[in-house]
Write a protein that binds this ligand. Structure first.
Ligand code: C2O
Ligand code: CU
Ligand code: CU
Length: 498
């Protein structure tokens, strides 16, 4: 590698890092999160934390003006004839994101983003996937516990015009998952242009719980994505691309620019999906009111956890419930980011919605003493930035198997984020084909709102996270950083489950 280039890159990174620490508004520092509490006690100072968090947030998001009602992704109709459940088509198109102009975009069964697919635990699902793009793509079901041949990783490319039917049984519990493309080296571009859709899984438990579940009324997905539009309102990924993770100044929620959400005075469930290429968000209410988190990536928490804010790195999900009856919001209530930028203003109508109590017992997730005491089977070291990102010192090689694991056997993976000269950055670490449990963060129990099923976790610089992971199915699965440009730049490995 050219060392001049590296030095320049490091210097550039340093300037960005120091720049954004300075710009951090003071209020952020005073309002520390429950989520980070455990880490803070572990000796990470405020300044350090905020500095790393801010690394990705150099470009501030513009406030949502709230002029557009939030788009709710359509529920995909099941096929009526044949035995295929759903048809999912990746296609190109033009979308009116901004009034009076058309943006070139990609979408599933539409021109931008995708519909919501509904699965029930226990059923067998067959999906016909069709590639109508003019480049190869794959259909990856993020968070779904399926055999690797249905997982849609980079080995399962569909060429333009090709189609493939996949089949799997839904064996996991109720959760909010998502799907997106995973072509070798080209994931970031395709997701950025609009390829992302939702999966809701239901089960007996979720059907009987008292949680808001009236889709589009008191149960909303929020696909959070920041974009950088050029002067012609085009996404122009090549121009916007940043090797360290592409970020933008314009927030889209479910593809809506300047969104607002109209709600009644009732409990409203928001299933937040960080579908951004690289940006981390800390969601909170501008009123300072607390809310509850009820779910993580892969299911319900055991009980609602009261929080003031929730941080999500790329691909993580959180389900929260805001009680618009209890909050005395006369005006201007909004979901805001940690820096105060307005993400989603709420318009609270005068009518009362359903006044029901939230179930206090939601799930029976456990991390057993046995799992806690298992020896470490695999170590994963995340390192680098920009194009120089590696896992265990190596870049992705589709022909190399990095790990093997036995089907149905729980192993402990220890993931370490090795800092670089400038401190380093958060890498969101994701494993395909499994939901896992966090055993510890730097030796301490994870915060309450991470004591649930996860498929992606934020790993902070110099932090070590231990997870207990079991694969229910067989095959070759990816594990990688979910900053999509890092993934494309080779921050990915493969585990063969036999
Ligand atoms: Cu969400 Cu390998 O991906
Ligand atoms: Cu995935
Ligand atoms: Cu990364």
């Amino acid at each position: 590698m050219n060392s001049n280039k590296l030095a320049l890159m490091m210097l550039g990174g340093f300037l960005i890092l120091s720049g954004c620490v300075k710009e951090e508004p003071a209020e952020v520092r005073t309002d520390q999160t429950m989520m980070n509490h455990d880490e803070m006690e572990d000796g990470m100072s405020h300044g350090e934390m905020e500095g790393h968090m801010s690394h990705d947030e150099v470009m501030q998001l513009k406030d949502s003006t709230g002029e557009n009602e939030l788009i709710v992704p359509p529920v995909l109709e099941r096929n009526i004839d044949g035995d295929v459940t759903y048809t999912v088509k990746a296609q190109k198109g033009e979308t009116q994101i901004f009034n009076g102009s058309k943006t070139k975009t990609y979408g599933y069964n539409g021109t931008f983003l995708g519909p919501m697919l509904q699965f029930t635990k226990g059923e067998t699902i067959k999906i016909r996937t069709i590639n109508e793009l003019d480049q190869e793509t794959t259909f990856h079901w993020h968070g779904l516990e399926v055999a690797a041949d249905a997982d849609g990783g980079p080995h399962d490319a569909l060429q333009p015009g090709e189609e493939r039917v996949i089949e799997f049984k839904v064996t996991q519990e109720a959760a909010t998952l998502w799907f997106h493309p995973h072509p070798h080296g080209n994931t970031a571009d395709q997701v950025y242009n609009g390829l992302a859709g939702l999966i809701f899984i239901e089960d007996e438990n979720s059907k009987h719980l008292n949680v808001p579940d009236d889709y589009g009324k008191n149960d909303f997905p929020l696909i959070i994505q920041d974009k950088l539009f050029d002067e012609n309102h085009q996404l122009n990924y090549r121009e916007a691309r940043n090797e360290d993770g592409t970020i933008g100044d314009t927030l889209l929620i479910n593809g809506t620019v300047n969104p607002k959400l109209t709600v009644e005075k009732e409990k409203v469930r928001l299933r937040i999906v960080n579908g951004s290429n690289a940006r981390n968000y800390t969601f909170k209410l501008n009123s300072g009111d607390s809310f509850v988190q009820i779910g993580t990536d892969g299911g319900f928490l055991n009980e609602p956890v009261t929080v003031q804010e929730v941080t999500l790195t790329p691909s993580e999900r959180a389900e929260i419930v805001i009680d618009f009856q209890a909050i005395d919001a006369t005006s201007d209530l909004a979901l805001v980011n940690e820096d105060g930028s307005v993400l989603l203003p709420f318009d609270i109508s005068h009518s009362n919605g359903v006044a029901s109590e939230l179930s206090t017992q939601l799930n029976d997730f456990t991390l057993t003493a046995e799992e806690k005491n298992l020896p470490v089977n695999k170590t994963v070291e995340l390192f680098g930035m920009m194009d120089h990102v590696t896992i265990n010192g190596k870049k992705f090689d589709p022909d190399r198997i990095d790990f093997t694991q036995e089907q149905g056997v729980t192993e402990v993976w220890e993931i370490y984020n090795k800092p670089d000269m400038m401190g380093g950055m958060i890498h969101p670490f994701h494993v395909h084909g499994a939901q896992f449990k966090i055993i510890s963060r730097d030796g301490a129990a994870p915060p309450e709102n991470e004591q649930g099923w996860k498929d992606s976790i934020a790993v902070h610089p110099d932090e070590t996270v231990k997870i207990a992971i079991q694969f229910k199915n067989k095959g070759l699965y990816m594990f990688h950083c979910h900053i999509l440009e890092h993934e494309d730049n080779g921050m990915m490995g493969q585990v063969l489950v036999e």
